[in-house]
Design a protein around this ligand. Structure first.
Ligand code: GTP
Ligand code: SPV
Ligand code: MN
Length: 602
């Protein structure tokens, strides 16, 4: 493949001379090339074809390499202050001194792939070109599905600027050494996921999994893009994008930010439980939002595929995702059942036995999980049966609503509308959620995850808050909502979730059209007890009441915890957000003069 881009040629040559691969291969993205790569992955024992699905493959990682590693993720800005209190920071020169020697000879015995890729539709004003260099054919196979890869990206690049993304699994193959199915650096302390925000550059060493290795995704489209977005006046967000059309034929576009493994893919492909309503999907993980000349916020999905959580996905919970992965899919760390198809917990299919994600014999009831909790499917967006017709439009779609959410067993009601943009930014800044298996760390701890971006900010979190606030004068801003599908009593979810979340989406559109008054609480606007369309749903009145009310006692504690969180972020928390918190506290605890009988209602 030909490029006249001297900067690219020089960089590829420099990396090849340093990493010493056995050869260098430029990916053109063609079907023939993809087929050959898949054959090689099968031949070397990394991929196993899934008999039940055309052109689909089962692959298991090294047991140490199963999720993003936030502890080993760094923002290497020149000043520590610019990375902010939520990021690991190291001086860029010092980081390079540590990492560059690790890359020396690290690709010996392996092929070095050069993958030109485009994030965003080719004709989008926001589209960005990256070039990933990797020694992992698994990464190449996934990048074909997750990004727009190959000749067209290279043509769009021309002699312009690209984001260099260097990746190695950190496992050179020395002469005579036998390869393993999943080469990587097994010591988590020796993995590095590094962003250089001033240079717009990414170096990733030691891991072959997901966001650690598919560098177009979290590293480029969130961490580096958030830095570019701040400078250029747009937003790079951990959000799904969907359209919802009502029975009258009116379409609303919405974006929603939930932390990792908290329901974006499921909401993005939701099957409406109400006749005449239809959700269509534009994206399930990342959205880039740009103010239009019409004063609206326009959203594109920079990605080209889904890298979705497998466990819990079934024909019942997400039939659209199941259809999207019927063919041309990659399954990582799920089980391979005796019936020749992939399997995971919650797939809703009886099996007699399987090979589990670690290659061991597995039978139902044996006490172990067959699939890793962060096992994933990779599938092209184009295979989603309810893909929105505007998914590939460069301009994107205009948003009517932005939704923030998290996994909260208590406290946060099912849905609350913000009073204003600033109040909505306050909601985003204060999201908390139980941690999940998407990160290699303790699971199930409630932590603040502002804007569902805590692991993905490319710069200081307080500057990010300020950047969001700076949009407040746009004339047609989307309205902001906060949701929580995960309230629990003991182990039981109070809300059925999944497709029934469509009932909440319907209420949101009714608020947008001023068709329901809502009910004011200290927190914001919640649905009145009669406002949610519960046709066909059995739910106890007591559960519903709990789901829809702001509990004043819990919220006083919550407000205190948000104050502590803001304090932990240092002096740069924007005054407008402190003001929102103070206003909330006043509404929760009005002075005796203003006191009303109920604790939380006005
Ligand atoms: P990332 O890809 O990590 O960013 O995750 P995500 O936000 O796309 O989450 P996803 O939709 O894949 O859901 C993660 C897990 O939450 C899966 O096991 C789902 O089955 C489960 N889940 C999703 N939506 C709901 C819901 O409404 N209620 C309940 N109880 N579980 C849900
Ligand atoms: C997430 O963790 O939010 C994911 C998976 O979407 S990964 O691509 O690994 O980041
Ligand atoms: Mn995600």
């Amino acid at each position: 493949m030909q490029t006249t881009n001297q900067k690219l040629k020089d960089w590829v040559e420099q990396i090849a001379n340093h990493c010493l691969p056995q050869d260098v291969y430029w990916c053109d993205g063609s079907k023939t090339e993809q087929d050959n790569l898949l054959k090689e992955l099968v031949a070397q024992g990394t991929f196993k074809p899934v008999a039940a699905r055309p052109n689909s493959y089962w692959v298991c990682s090294h047991p140490s390499d199963v999720a993003r590693v936030e502890k080993r993720t760094f923002i290497c800005s020149r000043k520590e202050e610019d990375a902010g209190p939520t990021n690991n920071w190291m001086d860029p020169a010092q980081m390079k001194q540590i990492l560059w020697p690790k890359f020396a000879g690290c690709m010996q015995g392996r092929r070095m792939y050069v993958i030109p890729f485009c994030m965003g539709p080719y004709d989008s004003p926001l589209a960005k070109i990256g070039v990933e260099i990797t020694d992992s054919p698994y990464v190449v196979a996934n990048m074909y599905l997750m990004a727009r890869v190959g000749e067209k990206a290279l043509a769009k690049l021309g002699n312009g600027d690209f984001i260099p993304c260097l990746h190695s699994v950190g496992a050179p193959l020395l002469a005579g050494q036998k390869d393993v199915p999943w080469p990587c650096e097994p010591d988590p302390e020796n993995k590095y996921i590094v962003q250089f925000p001033e240079e717009h550059m990414i170096w990733s060493y030691g891991s072959g999994y997901g966001g650690n290795a598919l560098l177009g995704k979290k590293c480029l489209a969130l961490r580096i893009a958030s830095v570019m977005a701040r400078k250029e006046g747009w937003l790079a967000e951990h959000m799904l994008i969907l359209s919802l059309t009502n029975p009258q034929g009116k379409t609303f576009y919405m974006a929603a930010a939930f932390p990792s493994a908290c329901g974006k893919t499921n909401l993005a492909m939701l099957k409406m439980p109400l006749p005449g309503w239809q959700v269509k999907c534009l994206g399930d993980d990342i959205a880039w939002l740009r103010p239009g000349s019409d004063g609206r916020l326009w959203a594109i999905n920079p990605e080209y595929g889904f890298f979705g959580v497998a466990p819990g996905t079934s024909g019942k919970t997400n039939a659209q995702a199941m259809a999207a992965m019927e063919k041309n899919a990659i399954f990582t760390n799920v089980a391979l059942a005796d019936d020749g198809d992939v399997w995971w917990e919650g797939i809703d299919r009886e099996i007699t036995g399987a090979i589990d994600w670690q290659g061991a014999r597995w039978t139902p009831g044996c006490g172990r999980k067959a699939a890793h909790p962060n096992s994933r499917f990779t599938a092209p967006l184009s295979q989603c049966p309810i893909l929105d017709e505007h998914w590939n439009d460069g301009e994107g779609v205009p948003l009517s609503a932005i939704i923030f959410g998290g996994r909260r067993p208590s406290t946060v009601p099912l849905v609350t509308e913000a009073f204003s943009w600033e109040h909505g930014v306050f909601f985003g800044s204060a999201i908390a959620s139980e941690t999940t298996a998407a990160n290699l760390d303790q699971v199930g701890i409630v932590r603040r995850d502002p804007f569902a971006m805590r692991p993905f900010f490319g710069y200081h979190v307080c500057d990010y808050f300020q950047h969001w606030l700076s949009f407040k004068n746009l004339s047609h801003l989307p309205r902001i909502f906060m949701v929580n599908w995960f309230q629990k009593e003991g182990e039981r979810f109070l809300w059925p979730g999944y497709s029934d979340n469509g009932r909440v989406l319907k209420w949101i559109t009714q608020r947008l059209e001023n068709k329901v008054p809502g009910q004011k609480s200290a927190l914001g606007i919640n649905p009145g007890l009669q406002e949610l369309d519960l046709t066909g749903l059995k739910i106890a009145a007591s559960d519903l009441a709990r789901l829809l009310t702001c509990d004043g006692h819990q919220w006083k504690k919550e407000a205190q915890s948000i104050a502590e969180f803001y304090q932990s972020l240092g002096p740069k928390v924007p005054p407008a957000l402190w003001q929102q918190l103070t206003d909330l506290q006043k509404r929760l605890d009005p002075s005796p003069r203003e006191h009303h009988s109920s604790c939380c209602m006005f």
